[in-house]
Design a protein around this ligand. Structure first.
Ligand SMILES: *Cc1c(COP(=O)(O)O)cnc(C)c1O
Length: 435
């Protein structure tokens, strides 16, 4: 196939006259594909073109595959019984079941419902902050990691890396202290020194009374699939425990099997005080977020003084359809743990082979997530065009990837079959020849 990368002609009409898409510069975007159906790992287009392999689970949400009938039926059945009820005065069986199951699985007793990953993070930050207020020990300092991404609402932006994406708001974001993230890859020889440096900086910052330390366990997602060792997280936890600060794990991406265990915290053997979950929670069927909280924190919000109350809620809190999808998704996860436990060893031979390619650097793999950097000339970073060119090439070969700058990754639905996975890797390998 004759291929050359063509920058798209600036146009405000690529998306028609009414839609404003997320995270997209319209002027330089490739016109969108029209999708009319999904089936397991495949997206079906509205013309005779072949289906596209969704190699990134539609922004990391599609866990068991598109249009999974078991989950679809659970939602349909629930919709015929109860679609929604105000959750401040009522409860319902799907919410109770989901809360019970997630408490048992995470080891954190209380569940607070919200609508997406950003709100699950906002809720964690607000609970952590108010916890110290309620104990009459108000604190100011929050600590996050360089390169972090925690969402797009103001609080979530504040704890995230300050960059191009939140520049217009920089002055309006509350201050957050930052520690380097000692990301690692295969055959990395300097990781221990970098980890030590990060731990020392964290120790120093924690001399100041601190509300919480927030991190994405094992993998920073949007920050470039930047993976750290389990040992590092163990050390972070130890230092945080010595200081009394709370530990918040943002498992919005890493939760529900993505890192090979049900939760990345489990794999790293750390016990956070709060865990934010979303994305895979409903297997990508419905928007929902939850924040899991240690009972002792919850207890500090109980009392006759109205000031103790967590005055936070969303219209769709604990939406029964979302809860039904969550419970059905958990059924599937628990019914077949091999689906998430086994994906790492399915990636492994492919990534090993790709790692020999001269343009591939820093190969890395954890659970269902495989990533590498394209060795490119000129500046790296999100706006580097090599990733864009590879994305366009892959799409022409019916594989959907969405590199983060020069970071290429696969994060497929658990149901991806061997030949589809093989096709993702061979397409990337061929595409590297033209970038
Ligand atoms: C995607 C993501 C978020 C934000 O979730 P949304 O549902 O997009 O608001 C927060 N944290 C992490 C780690 C994420 O990957």
């Amino acid at each position: 196939m004759n291929y050359s990368y063509q920058p798209v002609k600036p146009s405000s009409q690529n998306w028609g006259s009414h839609i404003w898409p997320p995270f997209t510069q319209i002027a330089s975007s490739i016109p969108p594909q029209k999708v009319i159906a999904g089936e397991n790992a495949l997206l079906i287009r509205d013309n005779d073109e072949p289906p596209i392999i969704d190699a990134i689970s539609s922004w990391w949400v599609t866990l068991h595959g598109h249009a999974n009938t078991y989950i679809a039926n659970a939602i349909a059945n629930q919709a015929k019984k109860l679609e929604q009820v105000i959750f401040a005065d009522f409860t319902h069986p799907q919410a109770e079941e989901l809360a019970k199951r997630l408490s048992a699985l995470t080891g954190l007793e209380r569940l607070f419902f919200s609508d997406n990953g950003s709100t699950a993070v906002e809720v964690a930050l607000k609970i952590a902050c108010q916890f110290w207020h309620n104990k009459n020990e108000p604190r100011k300092q929050l600590i996050a990691f360089e390169g972090a991404y925690h969402g797009d609402t103001f609080g979530a932006m504040a704890v995230g890396e300050r960059n191009l994406f939140n520049k217009p708001f920089d002055e309006m974001l509350f201050p957050v202290q930052r520690v380097p993230w000692p990301a690692t890859w295969w055959d990395d020889t300097s990781v221990e020194a970098r980890e030590q440096k990060a731990i020392s900086q964290l120790e120093k910052l924690l001399e100041e009374p601190t509300i919480a330390v927030i991190l994405e366990p094992l993998v920073q997602g949007a920050g470039g699939m930047a993976m750290v060792r389990e040992e590092f997280l163990k050390k972070v936890e130890k230092v945080v425990r010595q200081s009394q600060a709370l530990l918040i794990a943002d498992e919005v991406m890493t939760g529900f099997g993505r890192c090979g265990n049900l939760f990345a915290s489990h794999r790293a053997k750390i016990s956070p005080d709060l865990i934010s979950l979303s994305k895979g929670l409903t297997s990508g069927f419905l928007p929902m977020g939850v924040t899991m909280v240690r009972e002792e924190i919850f207890e500090s919000f109980i009392g006759n003084d109205p000031n103790l109350t967590f005055w936070h809620g969303h219209s769709f809190t604990a939406n029964p359809l979302g809860c039904a999808a969550g419970n059905a998704s958990l059924d599937l996860l628990e019914g077949n743990p091999l689906a998430y436990e086994g994906l790492e060893s399915r990636h492994l031979p492919h990534l090993k082979k790709l790692a020999n390619h001269p343009k591939v650097t820093k190969p890395r793999l954890v659970g269902t997530i495989a990533a590498f950097n394209i060795e490119v000339e000129g500046a790296g970073g999100y706006l580097n065009s090599a990733g864009k060119a590879l994305k366009q090439y892959a799409l022409q070969h019916n594989v959907f990837i969405r590199p983060l700058g020069n970071v290429v990754y696969l994060l497929p639905p658990l149901c991806i079959d061997d030949s589809q996975l093989e096709k993702c890797y061979s397409t990337i390998s061929n595409g590297l020849e033209i970038v």
